[in-house]
Design a protein around this ligand. Structure first.
Ligand code: GDP
Length: 368
């Protein structure tokens, strides 16, 4: 049995963590009694961290004792410098919360890259965890919609760089911009995206802790995640009875299955493909042929098969990337945003326009 730590930082991290808890406990309700019915055999400990009390209150499936409020008036207002200070001031408390939960074999830290709390807490938290423990830690990072504004874009660029330099064992990317094709208003897009991420993480946990017909384990996952340029994404596909297993594998690594825009055949570095379902759907020949096709362009592909009686086939693919064109695009938009912010600041400094307006009445009194 694996001991797994999942931390959700900031609003986005909290919500995805809550979606994981919802899915893990069957999504039945918010009451503690359902915690005894966890569907997974791993020992999963979850911690939600936020400076905004309201975000923590909004969580419906995460135990109250797992929601940690870090007091700082009304959040950190997308300012990562403020956020980093707040983390530093509360580091001991946060680390104690982790320590109280025991030992872990693997940890995940979930955050958006672009907000304030999650994006500034995550890099130093990972750094601190790596300093104190020797289990691998993976960041699950949500990238912003590109039209969310200059501050979010520059935060995303610096946050990702900071996470990469934190000693993290790998970064799993999910991109709101890419996933917004799911449609609907923002709130329902968030819910759909969060559920997609939750489903993939729980499948992964289930797979790492399962007895498989063909085995992949934590060691293989670590090897996959250490490949490429340190960034990865996850694909998933749930097939119906009539879908040949080879099409299910193809769909899991196609844009409709992935959390981040990439052509895995061009950008992939290593992969782990896990197929789960009733034996009748799992043609080993078909699976092997398809996996070989993938490995001919990706490099090394680990393959796992979990037989689950009566279940329709599901495919999970973890893919590390050698290059990520979409990330390069994001950084070039972020560089523009950083320049724009800098120019705006310089203009304000130069003109002091509003101060000039006020200064005209300096020393005067209103006359009535
Ligand atoms: P923080 O609370 O200060 O860490 O800030 P947020 O987590 O709200 O960060 C803002 C970014 O997260 C924006 O890019 C939002 O689009 C994104 N975001 C906020 N909530 C959610 C959510 O529930 N799901 C997803 N996928 N993205 C979210």
């Amino acid at each position: 049995m694996l001991n797994i730590l999942i931390v959700g930082n900031g609003q986005c991290g909290n919500r995805i963590l809550d979606a994981i808890n919802k899915e893990a406990f069957g999504g039945k309700g918010k009451l503690a009694k359902f915690y005894s019915q966890q569907k997974y055999k791993s020992n999963v400990e979850t911690i939600a961290i936020n400076t905004a009390m309201n975000d923590l209150k909004e969580m419906r499936f995460t135990k109250a004792k797992d929601r940690i409020h870090i007091p700082h008036l009304h959040g950190v207002g997308a300012n990562r410098n403020v956020g980093k200070h707040v983390f530093e001031d509360n580091k001991a408390n946060i680390m104690r919360q982790v320590e109280e939960r025991g030992n872990f074999d693997i940890g995940f830290v979930i955050t958006s890259a672009s907000g304030g709390t999650g994006s500034s807490f995550t890099p130093p938290l990972i750094e601190e965890l790596k300093r104190n423990y020797d289990f691998p830690i993976y960041a699950i990072v949500v990238l912003p919609f590109r039209e969310e504004g200059t501050l979010y874009l520059q935060n995303a660029a610096f946050c990702l760089k900071d996470i990469r330099e934190s000693g993290v064992d790998g970064i799993i990317l999910a991109d709101n911009q890419f996933l917004k094709q799911m449609g609907g208003d923002v709130q329902s897009a968030y819910n759909t995206i969060n559920d997609m991420i939750a489903k993939r993480i729980l499948f992964l946990i289930d797979a790492l802790d399962s007895e498989m017909m063909m085995v992949t384990d934590l060691g293989d996952f670590k090897t996959v995640m250490s490949g490429g340029a340190g960034v990865a994404t996850i694909g998933f596909y749930e097939a119906d009875k009539g879908t040949p297993i080879k099409s299910a594998i193809q769909k899991a690594v196609s844009p409709s299955g992935l959390l981040f825009s990439t052509d895995v055949y061009k950008e992939g570095s290593r992969a782990m493909v896990i197929i789960k379902g009733d034996k009748s759907y799992l043609s080993i020949d078909e699976i092997s042929t398809e996996v070989e096709k993938l490995s001919s362009s990706v490099g090394h592909v680990f393959k796992g098969i979990i037989v689950r009686k009566g279940e329709t086939p599901q495919v999970l693919a973890v893919l590390t990337l050698e290059v990520a064109e979409e990330l390069e695009n994001l950084y070039s938009v972020a560089v523009d945003a950083i320049h724009q912010e800098r120019e705006k600041k310089a203009r304000v400094e130069e003109q002091k326009g509003i101060d000039k307006a006020f200064s005209q009445i300096e020393g005067l009194e209103p006359g009535y």
